[in-house]
Ligand binder design. Sequence first.
Ligand code: ADP
Ligand code: SF4
Ligand code: MG
Length: 334
Amino acid sequence: MSAFLSVANVSRSFGPNLTTGEKIAARLGASVETRHVQAVSGVSLTVRKGETLGLVGESGCGKSTLGRLIAGILPPSEGTVQIDGAPVMQGGRKVTTRVQTVFQDPFASLDPRMKVGMTVAEGPIAHGLTTKAQAKAYVAEWFGRVGLDPAWVDRYPHQFSGGQRQRIAIARALAMQPDVLICDEPVASLDVSIQAQIINLFLQLQRDLDLTCVFISHDLSVVRHVSERVAVMYLGRIVELGPVGQVFERPAHPYTAALFGSVPKLVLDADELVHFEPIEGEVPSPLSPPPGCHYHPRCPLASEVCALDIPPLRDVREGRVAACHHAEAQLQRY
Ligand SMILES: Nc1ncnc2c1ncn2[C@@H]1O[C@H](COP(=O)(O)OP(=O)(O)O)[C@@H](O)[C@H]1O
Ligand code: SF4
Ligand SMILES: [Mg+2]
């Protein structure tokens, strides 16, 4: 498989964010949490040109951090991200416009005091993709492509609905003419009826523009709908990665099976997106992940070796990888 987007052994930890009071308390010997969170741990993956890779996992498993690392918003503690052989970051700074991001909350990511047309035009003007004189026509064209009336460029964010604001955020990202788009929960804050519209818009633009995408969502049905392959994260690591159909229907990792298998509620909305409910039970704190396989305290297949050795990602059947000592036994369950 030819890699267009390449993520090589990327890790990111965060230091403790102590308040002044906690720092003083720590100096006086009080017990204050001072450990580091390993948000992303040794992640390697590749995405083909024009492919969408889904990224799933429970809240706090490191999806957004990995997305920000790939997008060059956050420097990695270790590892590199490349697009078509060129690094996204150098010396802790983003050095490319070829990757852009769409976030969950379009209201938070749009400046309320700036006309939306200007919000979309800013980046392209700064990077010479259009001129000040031509910016209005340039933005109007992108408005049209995302299904917004080009006459609305002089309005402010509060004059738009949630779905329209997300279209503006998509226009802003695409007006930078990226090759790679990172979508972090792009429909999670929208009404279910609007979600399908935005997903269909995304699918159409992705095909028309041959975009390479990483699509982050806790909603498995959305990921299944938009992705060709899916990566499953647990406590900062990728535990399984492969074609969506196989990973969804016959998981090789017990965590994937639990995540996809726990379906207490099926909601069929008007546009026939099936919504799964997330897995039950607590995720261990990333401040003190369990030794060995991080999933062993919750895993029905755990054996002695699981509590001792971290399983590496390895090839299992059907073109996918899984990080489990007993992947074959898991596959036998089907
Ligand atoms: N800026 C930050 N400072 C400290 N901890 C962070 C920061 N960003 C994320 N984390 C921690 O990293 C872990 C992964 O978070 P995140 O990537 O947001 O997960 P997800 O998107 O899967 O919910 C969490 O434990 C979170 O608290
Ligand atoms: S390595 Fe062991 S504990 Fe981890 S998922 Fe596989 S069987 Fe379960
Ligand atoms: Mg997140």
